[in-house]
Write a protein that binds this ligand. Structure first.
Ligand code: AMP
Ligand code: MG
Length: 500
């Protein structure tokens, strides 16, 4: 653990609550490598102590004793409203191995569980496991999932389900909500310890600056802007982008009612509790910007302190104004960083190498067409890789037939081809390039659902198969063609709830 503070308002030692008769549901040999466990693909750890430790039933494995498992306090804004203290209500940090924190999610109550039972259900644990590992394979920064361990212990949600523990790995699980927590309680010394800890462990170059805390804010904000652009480019919707679910390392974290776009709908809402669409696909970049504004407010005391160091005795008022202006200016860098990253991702998705002034118009025209014609986001870009820069439109029936507005698509394609010809695009090279950024396989809800339903009947083979396919999202994997297809019409809109 990198964040060591004492005091009940910060973190508390807590022992996981055991579950009866734990069994393996899933294990990621890829994630295991991060903690120095080398296990052959599709195998489980040979040492049976791992199952007990990852179930929360034991604290000793491989000569290692986790002596002080902890849960931390954080606060946050949920759906735009200040929610006060939250905290690791069902996540327990065991300790760290090789710079990876090992956290059990669903291992029982903690001092921050409030009304909750501290448990996670099998369904949501499988979804978190699959998506963490799929996001990593897509090249998107994320917390990782080492394993899911199941138990027949009953857990009450909308129906009665069974418990599971998902083991997550990350260099740090710190969130914007940790800063907000200390700021709201005026715990300025802790704010500073948190910032110093982040700088020394994860943002070392900020430490070289004359204003390390300002640089830290800018660096977190820049990482977050890049993350937002990556989500938009792959059609990922987080679902609950509260500040307590926003990583300080720019990682995708806290997978709940997330979803990948099937049909491209700019205003798609993946979380059926989000009736107002606060966290819809199109709003994610601005919501993360809003979350960065919350971070900025929480960091105000640190920036004031930094200004005081260079300007010996400013009045209270001047100091506060100067700090606010400094942070406002830093916050204002986000939209441009995001926009540039977004353009770069979409240019790459279209296989374009050069930058032209009308690229954004070209991309936006395509997205509008895709929206109005409800085009499957993932298969579209994959098929687009095969078009020739020269051949006539009508040869591209696979793409063209998906559009109700064929004239609209023909007009766009003509524009795109002209653009490709301008940069003397080579068809074969472009296809290869595009296939490296446009995945063929994403975690579609209906695929996750099939794996979950089998797992609920104790058949984990579909889950293992799906996880394996999603580890190579850009490969053709011709034997798994069915997994690349959009959902059948009747499974088009599986609603995903917050309950997990
Ligand atoms: P989430 O929406 O999953 O990010 O959770 C919001 C807050 O509720 C976090 O502080 C969680 O730790 C807490 N929480 C969610 N589910 C439970 C649960 N079953 N038991 C205890 N705390 C929970
Ligand atoms: Mg959360």
């Amino acid at each position: 653990m990198t964040f060591i503070l004492s005091g009940a308002a910060v973190c508390q030692i807590v022992t996981p609550t055991p579950v009866p008769d734990p069994y393996w549901v899933a294990f990621s040999t890829n994630a295991a490598k991060l903690i120095g466990l080398n296990i052959a693909p599709n195998q489980l750890p040979a040492d049976p102590a791992w199952l007990q430790v990852l179930a929360g039933n034991a604290l000793q494995v491989a000569g290692r004793q986790f002596i002080e498992p902890t849960a931390t306090a954080y606060s946050g804004h949920q759906f735009g409203m200040w929610a006060g203290q939250l905290g690791d209500g069902r996540a327990i940090l065991l300790g760290d191995i090789q710079g990876q924190e090992i956290q059990l999610k669903g291992a029982g109550k903690t001092p921050y569980s409030r009304m909750g039972d501290g448990r996670a259900v099998l369904r949501s644990s499988i979804r978190e496991y699959l998506c963490s590992e799929a996001m990593d394979a897509l090249g998107i920064p994320t917390t990782r999932a080492l394993a899911v361990v199941g138990s027949k212990q009953k857990v009450i949600r909308e129906t009665i389900e069974t418990a599971a523990v998902c083991t997550r790995l990350a260099p740090s699980f710190l969130r914007v909500g940790h800063f907000e927590h200390f700021a709201s309680l005026q715990m300025h010394a802790e704010l500073q310890i948190l910032a110093d800890d982040l700088i020394s462990n994860f943002y070392p170059t900020c430490g070289d600056s004359t204003a390390p805390y300002l640089e830290l804010f800018k660096a977190i904000s820049a990482r977050t802007a890049h993350l937002a652009a990556q989500w938009q480019a792959v059609g990922f919707c987080h679902g609950v982008l509260n500040t307590d679910n926003t990583s300080l390392l720019g990682l995708t974290m806290d997978y709940g009612p997330f979803g990948f776009l099937d049909q491209f709908q700019i205003n798609h809402i993946c979380n059926h509790s989000d009736s107002g669409g606060r966290y819809s696909y199109q709003r994610q970049p601005q919501i993360l910007h809003w979350n960065m504004a919350c971070l900025a407010s929480a960091m105000l005391p640190l920036i004031e302190q930094e200004i005081k160091q260079v300007n010996a005795s400013p009045s209270e008022n001047d100091l506060s104004n100067a700090a606010q202006t400094t942070l406002r200016n830093a916050l204002a860098l986000y939209p441009d960083i995001y926009q540039k990253a977004w353009e770069a991702h979409f240019r790459a998705k279209l296989g374009l190498l050069e930058t032209h002034s009308d690229d954004v118009a070209l991309i936006e025209a395509l997205l509008q067409l895709m929206h109005h014609n409800q085009i499957d986001f993932t298969t579209f870009f994959r098929h687009l890789a095969s078009i020739s820069a020269l051949a006539s439109t009508h040869q591209n029936t696979v793409l063209r037939d998906q559009f109700l507005n064929r004239d609209g698509f023909d007009a766009w394609l003509l524009r795109f081809r002209t653009r490709l010809q301008q940069e003397h695009s080579n068809d074969a090279e472009r296809k290869q390039r595009m296939n490296q950024v446009n995945p063929k396989f994403i975690l579609r809800n209906h695929l996750a659902q099939a794996a979950i339903e089998a797992a609920q009947l104790d058949d984990f083979s579909e889950l293992a198969r799906l996880a394996t396919i999603l580890r190579k999202p850009y490969d053709e994997q011709l034997e798994y063609e069915a997994y690349a297809q959009p959902p059948p019409a009747e499974l088009n809109s599986i609603a995903v709830s917050c309950s997990s």
